[in-house]
Ligand binder design. Structure first.
Ligand code: NAI
Length: 335
């Protein structure tokens, strides 16, 4: 298939080119993000391949289909950025990579958790600067702490397993409890109980209308004083302004993020030579107890290889007229 691949960096090309040896698709790489301005680049391409910060709303979908696109292949598990109803209406098939490496994301989650509370980010800078003082670097033992996992799918389950290894007690909230999680003694709670009892809250649910701003002013009124919040899922699960207020008055003791609700204007770009215009994000960077990575939780060799193979495998299945098993249908999502 002729595939227009948007939002590509050298690392995307490397893994897609490797995977394409087994598929032979005609891949055209664009650095640009897919959006209202760049959508004409996709004219004449049967398939379009996008990542998490591309714009795939109703207008872009209508334009893609008018230009001959029949398949949208996502290099991500999440599909909250795609207007599935519009895709359905226009007959555009959507496929994704449901699980490229839940271990990559779970391990990064734990790395953030450890780093922010043991102040590794600050310690690293201090030591490089010849400052070997420990003041301000006091952490706490994770052993015996209560970890609240919101969303116990593939990633949440692995985080639960890892944190059990640290001697933590695990609480979970998920409208669809997972027997594998219950099997090793994790207790499901309602959301309010989890918020009020846990020392660390880590988010592993998808972004949906139900989960938008799940952690907001009201939720922060229920959390333990000094709670740690970790989000490697989707930025808009957190109302960033509310969390900033929580950080200012100490209700939030630590915040570790791999995602941010307005990340589309920032992440995956080198903006080190420019003035950041996002004042909310800039405020976050001023807190000593906030650690942010730029949507890199997925970024391991193993995950990138799986993304390349599954993305092109999905396109091959579509071209051969057989299901890949990775289709995203609006009726499944609404079911
Ligand atoms: P999954 O589909 O295996 O699990 C998601 C879980 O969330 C399911 O158990 C589901 O029942 C639960 N859930 C649904 N609605 C909920 C709600 N209202 N409250 C609590 N739980 C709810 O997904 P997986 O693979 O574990 O991924 C989780 C999220 O991680 C994805 O939705 C994606 O947004 C994010 N992600 C982030 C990456 C990164 O690089 N930072 C990479 C990959 C995924």
């Amino acid at each position: 298939m002729r595939i227009a691949v948007f939002s590509t960096r050298a690392y995307d090309r490397r893994f897609l080119d490797e995977a394409n040896l087994a598929h032979g698709h005609d891949l055209h790489y664009f650095d640009a993000r897919l959006d209202h301005d760049t959508v004409p680049l996709a004219d004449g391409f049967e398939a379009v391949c996008v990542f998490v910060n591309d714009t795939v709303d109703a207008e872009v979908i209508a334009r893609l289909v008018a230009g001959g696109t029949r398949l949208l292949t996502l290099r991500s598990a999440g599909y909250n950025h795609v207007d599935l109803a519009a895709a359905h209406e226009h007959g555009l098939s959507v496929v994704r990579v449901p699980a490229y490496s839940p271990y990559a994301v779970a391990e990064h989650t734990v790395a953030l958790m450890l780093s922010v509370q043991r102040k590794i980010h600050r310690a690293h800078n201090r030591v490089r600067d010849g400052n070997f003082a420990l003041d301000g670097l006091l952490g706490f033992d994770l052993r015996n702490k209560r970890i609240g996992i919101i969303g116990t799918g593939k990633i949440g389950l692995i985080v639960a397993r890892i944190m059990r290894g640290f001697g933590c007690s695990i609480r979970a909230y998920d409208p669809y409890p997972n027997d594998d999680v219950k099997d090793f003694g994790v207790r499901y709670e309602d959301l309010d109980t989890l918020l009020s009892e846990c020392d660390v809250i880590t988010l592993h649910c998808p972004l949906t209308p139900d989960t938008y701003h799940l952690i907001d002013e009201e939720a922060l009124r229920k959390t333990k004083p000094g709670v740690m919040i970790v989000n490697t899922s989707r930025g808009a699960l957190i109302d960033t302004r509310a969390v900033i207020e929580g950080l200012k008055d100490g209700r939030v003791g630590h915040l570790a993020l791999d995602v941010y609700e307005e990340e589309g204007d920032l992440f995956f770009e080198d903006l080190s030579d420019t003035v950041i215009q996002d004042d909310v994000f800039s405020r976050l960077l001023t807190f000593p107890n906030v650690l942010i990575t730029a949507h890199q939780a997925f970024f391991t060799e193993e995950a990138m290889r799986n993304i390349g193979q599954t993305t092109l495998g999905n396109a091959t299945a579509f071209a051969e007229g057989r299901p890949s098993g990775n289709e995203v249908r609006v009726q499944d999502v609404l079911a």
